[in-house]
Design a protein around this ligand. Structure first.
Ligand code: ADP
Length: 652
């Protein structure tokens, strides 16, 4: 922990919090390599974005060069592995309260080392208000960017680039969160940005949008009025109070006025007729919880109705909600959704965004990065570094709540190529690559989370073993354990924190955490060994398959395909069994249920592929671009395919 105090008076004239304890390793990560900055300063919160390069190890595989030498030796592995240092680009976003701005700027100034940049893109009202302070502290020139342009640019970016960014929320369904798959046609839509105040924007294309309305009753109102009513100035505490309150103690309902439902208007007795209506006539003290809940309802209902009216006025069926007010809070989302459904009779859909509060900062950043043509890349959310959607559910651990209240983080890694849908898919927008939705299936979720927890010891050991020459490997592996364990605990409580929870996302999270501590591919040596053994067995397996009649061969191929994918013997067992029994050892395989590189791809998939090729079928092999456990990666598969092609004329 580093104490970060600010000196000198801010030029804003407001009283700013000058001393805040920042955990720099966690909050302003990679700041020393930050290259380009953007900042969005609204009425309440500051959102800072910067781009940095992160140096980390990557595992590379390469065929041995045998030119000019004798043929390869029998005991030689099938390819070489090397760990190289590489730089990848990362985008960081951080949110904090405006009151900390001076302390944070000081902290940034003290930790900026390598920046070549001379300007900072700035948007939001604070781009004007804090201009002098930013220029003085950071010695960067403030380049002001239009608020609406940034907001829409950011919204389009997240909708197109971040998987499962948007979701609908339905309180009484299971699961409550339903994430949307990214769709290339996002227009037209209505964006309702609930920050301190509310802005409503109709968006028709990338560059055509119009501010159609707004309201002064927004997040600042909840925060401000809430502070007056309850005496707490902490936003998350207010939400926490609201989640425990009973608004019917404070609000006047239809039944309080009519004695029941209003039949002619078709209004149920439970509808709020007048927010805070009871407080005028009832002579008693109201609890902070009840008042906070009533206030949250009042503001969310109001915004929901406003959004619905504007959507109907402009013939728009989808409303996205941006701004940091919602924060994944169930009461807020439920009330907004209810209000929109109620007033539109189900014609307008309310959609929330996982990164609702960062739209302006993302847009400002993209404006500043236009010369690099950011659209030529894809960006992937880094689950190790991002806070995830934080709900302030009462059961949330105190450390999580304290963190989420002050700082919130989003990190995105740049992928060097744009990601595209597989062109052969019939309908890419409805294609779901996962077989189980763990947000949906509570039993499966419990099962898989426990599996990943129980496997953690093994992964830690493997990570340490994969770097025998690194003195700090054990220490890094322990940090990895802690980080991944914490992520798993968060996902137990909030399975929706990073979009739909799947086995794939659990694996991705683990790889991100491993990478964070410089373990690029702990299984690379195991895979190398197993691939070596399996390659040696390939000709024998093919010979025995070819000796079978048509029917038996089909069955053996399919069994091999399935068995290959479910067994993990370890290189020693693979070599023992396969070398003594080139008939494939399928029965043994079935007894051991796990995934495996060498046997799976070489002795399971390739014989099957070979059969298809033999019949004149074109085959596309798709592999993971990066490591996931002991699955074969794209670069390993290329080498394996070359080696098989060299042995087998059909594959060649
Ligand atoms: P602005 O750009 O106007 O600051 P934001 O989109 O950042 O707007 O949202 C600000 C609102 O978010 C606040 O008024 C408050 O309702 C809510 N909010 C969410 N988290 C916090 C927090 N930790 N501290 C203060 N307000 C928060």
């Amino acid at each position: 922990m580093a104490e970060c105090g600010a000196s000198g008076g801010g030029s804003s004239g407001d009283s700013l919090d000058k001393s805040i304890t920042l955990p720099p390793d966690e909050i302003f990560r990679n700041l020393e390599n930050a290259k380009r900055f953007a900042i969005d300063i609204g009425g309440s919160l500051t959102k800072l974005a910067y781009y940095s390069t992160v140096q980390h190890k990557v595992a590379r595989v390469r065929s041995f060069d045998h030119s000019g030498k004798d043929a390869e030796h029998d005991h030689e592995p099938p390819y070489e592995i090397s760990e190289q240092e590489e730089f990848t680009a990362r985008l960081h976003f951080i949110k904090f309260e405006n009151t900390y701005i001076e302390a944070c700027l000081d902290f940034i100034k003290d930790h900026l080392v390598n920046t070549e940049t001379k300007v900072i893109q700035a948007t939001g009202g604070g781009a004007y208000k804090f201009k002098d302070l930013i220029e003085e502290k950071l010695r960067l020139k403030v380049d002001k960017q239009d608020v609406m342009t940034c907001l829409i640019k950011g919204c389009n970016f997240v909708l197109k680039n971040i998987p499962q960014e948007a979701f609908i929320y339905q309180k009484d369904s299971d699961p409550e969160f339903r994430f949307q798959t990214n769709h290339p046609n996002i227009f037209p839509y209505l964006l309702v940005n609930i920050g301190s105040g509310v802005s409503i924007v109709k968006v028709e294309t990338e560059d055509r949008f119009e501010w159609v309305g707004g309201s002064s009753i927004g997040g600042g109102t909840f925060w401000g009025l809430g502070a007056l009513l309850t005496g707490t100035k902490k936003f998350d505490e207010l939400l926490h109070l609201a989640s425990k309150g009973q608004h019917t103690n404070v609000d006047m309902l239809v039944q309080d006025v009519y004695g029941g439902a209003h039949q002619t208007l078709g209004l149920s007795g439970n509808l709020i007729a007048s927010s805070f209506g009871k407080s005028a006539t009832t002579d008693k003290e109201f609890s902070k919880e009840d008042m906070a809940k009533s206030l949250l309802h009042m503001i969310s209902n109001d915004i929901g109705q406003l959004a619905c009216l504007h959507a109907k006025l402009h013939g728009l069926g989808r409303v996205y909600f941006g701004g940091f007010f919602i924060r994944g809070h169930p009461v807020t989302m439920r009330t907004i959704t209810y209000s929109i459904n109620f007033f539109s009779k189900g014609e307008v859909q309310a959609l929330f965004l996982r990164h609702e509060g960062y739209l302006g900062a993302i847009g400002a950043f993209l404006k500043g990065a236009e010369q690099d043509n950011p659209n030529q890349y894809s960006w992937g959310e880094n689950y190790a570094g991002s806070s995830g959607l934080m709900s302030t559910a009462p059961e949330l651990g105190p450390t999580q709540r304290a963190r989420s209240g002050t700082f919130d983080l989003l990190e995105m890694d740049r992928l060097e190529r744009p990601l595209v849908n597989l062109p052969l898919l019939l309908d890419p927008s409805s294609y779901v690559p996962d077989t189980v939705d763990l947000t949906d299936d509570a039993l499966a979720r419990k099962y898989w989370l426990t599996c990943f927890e129980e496997a953690l010891d093994g992964v830690v050991k493997r990570a340490v073993a994969s770097q025998p020459d690194a003195a700090d490997a054990a220490e890094r592996a322990e940090k990895f354990r802690q980080k991944y364990w914490n992520k798993l605990q968060t996902l137990r409580q909030q399975p929706f924190a990073y979009g739909t929870l799947t086995v794939r996302s659990l694996l991705d999270t683990r790889e991100h955490c491993l990478n964070e501590f410089n373990f690029p591919d702990p299984y690379s040596k195991v895979k190398q060994q197993e691939n070596g053994v399996a390659l040696k067995c390939f000709p024998g397996v093919i010979r025995s398959l070819d000796a079978l009649g048509w029917e038996e061969r089909q069955l053996a191929l399919v069994k091999g395909l399935l068995a290959g994918n479910v067994f993990d013997w370890g290189a020693k067992a693979v070599s023992d069994v396969l070398e003594s029994d080139p008939q494939f050892g399928f029965e043994e395989a079935k007894q051991k249920l796990q995934d495996n590189s060498g046997v799976d791809i070489i002795l399971g998939v390739f014989p099957f592929v070979r059969e298809l090729l033999f019949r004149g079928t074109e085959v596309i092999l798709a592999c993971n671009s990066g490591p996931a456990l002991n699955d074969v990666t794209h670069s390993e598969a290329l080498i394996v395919a070359e080696r098989i092609a060299a042995m087998d004329p059909v594959v060649q």
